[in-house]
Write a protein that binds this ligand. Sequence first.
Ligand code: ZN
Length: 278
Amino acid sequence: MRPVVISVAITGSVPRKADTPAVPVTPAEQIESTHEAYEVGASLVHIHVRNPDESSSSDPDLFAQVQEGIRKHCPDMIVQFSTGGRGRDPDARGSALYLMPDMASLSTGSVNFPNIVFENPPALVRSLAGDMQRHGIKPEIEVFDLSMIHATRSLIDEGLLDGTPHMQFVFGIKNALPAERPILELLVAEAKRVLGDFTWTAAAIGRHQAEVAKWAVDMGGHVRTGLEDNIRISRTELASSNAELVEIAARTIVDQGQKVATVSEARTLLGLPQGASR
Ligand code: ZN
């Protein structure tokens, strides 16, 4: 049985309490929601923080509070900060990296989102990659388009990325890649051709979440779930928590004859040191 890593994206920048009361917004809510998700099999948490009015924030104090709480309650869990997200000042997107989470997301190119351009100009990508490298943070490369695989190769060639790259293939965002299995197959094949060794996770928005998780398990990848990407468990029913979505992902993994990775296995698979906190 292959251990499959479950990442949980607990909050994101889009869902509000008005959309679902289950989305954790304050640091205390985020810590509790992460702990519940950890207990049922999530080994990696992807974190955005929010201002009191629920808008996207880059405030390092909020990231610090969440990270501290998670390290206390889920001591070895892999902590990943988002450097993306809608509505953040580009210059502040890396401002919490000095807190040295295990990982941080890194988009290597720009893409259209439903109503905006998610802008990642080359200079910003290099500046964020350099900051991660300096702080010993492993990037998770967010791939919204084929060219982002090639941009990853450039970062490796420029000496800005160390070790085996970890890629996140993202589907189902309007105006970006649709959730179609041939596209995932193409991205995985192209990443293999261009990068050689790499690990990968796939994520999809809304109703595509469960289906893309199945493809990822089937194709040798890892799984991302969580309220950032999807707030429902059916067309009419809201998910009650991040943990409920993690349980669904865990069932998908087991139903396909694989096993949910422990945190220790996840750390090995992603080339991260064992144990937590630094
Ligand atoms: Zn995110």
